[in-house]
Design a protein around this ligand. Structure first.
Ligand SMILES: [Zn+2]
Length: 115
């Protein structure tokens, strides 16, 4: 009766489905990228591989380049700029005043008031 449980002792999974991955000690080097938000990204790659010029920053998603002083982020517009910020970039305060005065004058004209 002890023979009835012989099968239980065999290891069904003893043959691995896939061979164990081997990590050969391949020559490796660290390549550093910087995005325009001053995030430093260090990736490791095989020494014989040529690193890409641009690597997406894992923290903010902007492209990061290998030149810390000149990150390539300016290709895309800033994602979180308000409309007012854009207007202020294009116009000075004085121009804004003039536009406002113009708009008020037009408004007064529409209401039939003399300026
Ligand atoms: Zn970043």
């Amino acid at each position: 009766m002890s023979n009835g449980n012989v099968i239980r002792g065999t290891r069904i999974g003893s043959t691995p489905d896939r061979p164990t991955e081997r990590y050969e000690p391949a020559p490796c080097r660290a390549v550093t990228y910087w995005c325009r938000n001053d995030h430093r990204v260090e990736i490791r790659m095989a020494a014989e591989a040529s690193p890409p010029d641009v690597w997406d920053c894992p923290r903010c998603g902007l492209p990061a380049g290998r030149d810390a002083q000149n990150p390539p982020g300016r290709v895309r517009p800033e994602p979180y700029k308000t409309h007012l910020a854009y207007v202020k970039e294009r116009r000075t305060e004085e121009e804004g005043e003039a536009i406002l005065a113009e708009a008020l004058a037009a408004l007064r004209r529409r209401r039939g008031r003399p300026e």
